[in-house]
Design a protein. Structure first.
Lengths: 124, 124
DNA sequence: GAGCAGTATATGCACAGACAAATATTTCTC
DNA sequence: GAGAAATATTTGTCTGTGCATATACTGCTC
């Protein structure tokens, strides 16, 4: 019995891995046509749901599956592309708010159907 | 209705991502104490289930979630560590068989409980 | 059997990500 | 209020991965 449960567990994990790899690959491919990486899309998605003043980097890192340094670089790329703007926080001058720009919102909305289509095809 | 289904789909994907990140991180941490990466462990695991003569690189790449080049490097590392041996195939001299060594089998068995424990804790 | 398409593997290159350290600012403590 | 501990962010560095390419070999076609 113990052996069977163990085997099932490993099998479950392999299935998770397979699904992750498959969906991730398809997303990368689909988003590339919109000049977006998967991480970039996710950050834009998170920022679009935020209120006016944007979101602190720290909180953004918490809600993404990225490390703080990785997030910093993703936002850096997005800022270079004009999709996000970084502004210093007045209260706490350590903090930095990331705001999605109109251009960022437009890019996100342009890519959203392709993103959704992949999830429907791969997970539905 | 369409909107609700769409939201669920994105949420499902985020859950998959979260779970993947969480388990992956825990596995990396647990296997590090056995001087093994997640990919290295998976390849050893696959080779241990193989018959005597090992497995062709090509087939191994197919059964892993890695690209062909990534697999080549993983096996290279494992060979450097003495856990795997590469032998040319006599019939088809393009082909290369990867065999797990006794040392590789020992390392795998040493790490297996930790691997299983993580899966039980994170997926069970 | 010479050449050519197909297959198996390894390598050059570029890039994204993690960890640790550096920098800047706040908050706590005395 | 001065210094110390804590927090937020960026950057240096290293590693693993994918794509494209190079190399080696097979099998087909003529």
């Amino acid at each position: 019995m113990g052996t069977i449960a163990e085997t099932d567990l490993v099998e479950t994990w392999h299935q998770v891995l397979d699904r992750h790899t498959r969906v991730m690959g398809a997303l990368e491919h689909a988003l590339a046509e919109h000049q977006l990486g998967v991480s970039e899309y996710e950050v834009l998605e998170a920022l679009a749901d935020e209120s006016e003043h944007g979101c602190r980097m720290h909180d953004l890192a918490g809600s993404s599956h990225l490390s703080q340094s990785a997030l910093s670089r993703v936002v850096g790329r997005l800022e270079n592309d004009g999709l996000v703007q970084r502004t210093m926080c007045a209260n706490d001058r350590r903090g930095i708010y990331a705001n999605i720009t109109d251009q960022g919102r437009a890019r996100l909305e342009a890519a959203r159907p392709a993103h959704r289509a992949v999830l429907e095809r791969e997970l539905g």
